[in-house]
Design a binder for this molecule. Sequence first.
Ligand code: SAM
Length: 438
Amino acid sequence: MSAPASASSAPTAVDLFSGAGGLSEGLRQAGFQILAASDHDPDACATYRLNFPEVTMIEGDLTDRANHARLANLATPMNRELDLLAGGPPCQAFSQVRNHDRLLEDPRNRLYREFVNVLDELRPRALLLENVPGLLQFNAGEVCEQIEIDLSLGGSYDVRSQVLDAGDFSTPQSRSRLVFIGVRRGEVLPGRPAGSGLTSNVGLRRKSVRGRARYVLEGPEELVERLLDPADLAAVTAEQALSDLSRPGDRYSSDPRSVFQEAMRARSDAPQDHSPSRIREDTILRLKGIPPGGNVHDLPAELTERYLTGKKWGPAGNGKRLARRHFYAYRRLHPRWLAWTANTKADFAYHYRQPRGLSVREVARIQGFPDAFHVTTAPQGTPGQLYGGARHSRYRQIGNAVPPPLAVAVGREIRNALAAALIRAAGEPVPAQSDYLE
Ligand SMILES: C[S@@+](CC[C@H](N)C(=O)[O-])C[C@H]1O[C@@H](n2cnc3c(N)ncnc32)[C@H](O)[C@@H]1O
């Protein structure tokens, strides 16, 4: 049997489906020593290696059992037991589940099954599985219940799920995540991290001023004040996140203007990847007609013509009006509020003040990645590389990630619970958390 660590040594973790490393970055900041990570995307692996030179990256398909064996060798160095298995497997088939027992058997859920298999093989002290909150809606919550049952490995683990929004945890973005946390049966489950409460209490309201749309902040005064205070790191607006990047290029436009910017610029002399994608002249004209916080629905009629400058774009024969009219089209950030959930596309939102898209660095800031975290790609033509080119790959890697500040909040709770369990096991009284951590 492996030996447990002592409460004072860094807890260890393995990150599956690690992508560029958002979850790992947060766990590292929370004090975990990441022993191994695994992903099959060559570009994400290149970024991971660049930023985590101390971690062994297993580049390959996690459905390949040979990779499980390699993980098992790395996860328990010197026969010390692994503290945390973490990961966010893509889950394709959960929405179709009729018979909830079949979740693990459905071939389209094979990646989720691999997480459960590795959990069974490594038997860590704790587990963390991250996914989208949409899972809660499937089969009236039965899918979520079944995941808790699967992860319990027949009663070996106690598992609890919770929905957390990154916007409540020092991230300038509303991004809701479903998080499953488990510990060995009989251990005390980690607590729910305390967030600012911003995302459930504050929001933007659309007003019409002289026939034109405007978006204004609405919510309890005390929370709005905290949000607008650049010295308060718990609640961060888009402007507090991005204003020192107002000029694209390889230099900061100003000194840091918020504690968030100070934190992001630690160990970084210059912003990397700070040139937004080119956009059409028609798009620039349209953006000028949309108020901050608004979208395509706020366009004045004259800007909904399909062609504004006469230059033709897109497939011909699509009518005289703009076809792209869904909620996600032409969204402009609001400087005094959080960004919408970033996705893998460069055009998920546009700048709040300038008629332009966001650079990879700006999206990374919105995700809470420090500027010293650089994004890269594998050499062009590497087998397994996804289609779309280097620029698109960078947006995809960052857009796919767990916001590191959210991972920090969850990671700290797990670390506290693991340290307290060791102290309890040694027969000592458990002191206040601050006495044994940090
Ligand atoms: C949502 S992303 C993970 C993001 C990551 N947790 C982060 O915070 O940056 C899911 C990852 O699963 C990886 N993936 C998908 N299928 C895989 C497979 N068969 N084997 C290994 N990795 C896989 C993808 O390449 C992608 O990076």
